[in-house]
Design a protein around this ligand. Sequence first.
Ligand code: ADP
Length: 300
Amino acid sequence: AIQILGSINIDLIASVAALPRPGETVLAHETVRLPGGKGANQAVAAARMGGSAAMLAAVGRDEAGGWMIGNLRAEGVDVSGVQALDEVATGTAFIAVDASAENQIIVAAGANARIEPRLLLPPAVDTRVLLAQLEVPVATILAFFTAAGAKGRCRLLNAAPALPEAAALFAETDILVVNQHELVHYLGRSHAPAGPEEALAARALLTAPDQVVVVTLGAGGAVAVRIDGHFHAPAVPVVPVDTIGAGDCFVGALAALLDEGRSVEAALPVANVAAALCTLARGAAPAMPRRAAVEAFLDG
Ligand code: ADP
């Protein structure tokens, strides 16, 4: 099983002809509310891959929180560790998208910022993977990864969005997943790695001999970087419709595959298929592929 400590958001998306300038008001021609938050997106991706996923998270005691809990439950995610907190709103991303798909996003963390170590529950006995991203407090992630019983399980950290203080978690992480932008941030460099060879600079982030850094490279696939070697899995050639959620899909699928006992190297090509299929549909959670679709692609 997979225990996921992470964010739950609602995404309020307004489609506009042109993004507003400071002081300007523009009219939206379409608005939509979608399930979001990296934690929730990755939980859905893992569950659709066939993983048994349990979330540790917080929402407000409001309609949006109830809606998200219902969405997750409908996906088969165990929500018994999701708390509804008083006096705080469910996390909300306010997103404006213009005609050329350029966007502006404001995130109100809401209840996600209030997940304290005391809200953590011990993992189920069959939990092999502990997964976190950086949309909840770093101190709570540290408590999650250092709790009794955490070591010995696979601690998977998607260090996104890039946050300077997250580096303190790396020594307590078994598998670190970053995209190119995050890699550049954590390395303190100015330009993104152009390909798998340059991604080997990720070695500088390793703190122990058996750790792995997985760098996702968009249309370049993904590379697993170890202290003494690396493995590159090229992306699946697709013509993306919408790459929103591809990173979350990759991480959630990776968690489910690791939970089955696969090695990182064996999991990467399959996670690439899942993430590529995710780019063929709009949105994040709604676009996560089911295991059967991933297997059908691999077979044929
Ligand atoms: P993020 O979504 O965090 O920016 P990436 O762009 O690296 O992360 O994408 C994550 C994964 O999604 C990649 O490793 C790859 O498997 C898949 N992916 C993303 N873009 C494409 C693409 N254009 N073609 C095929 N696969 C893609």
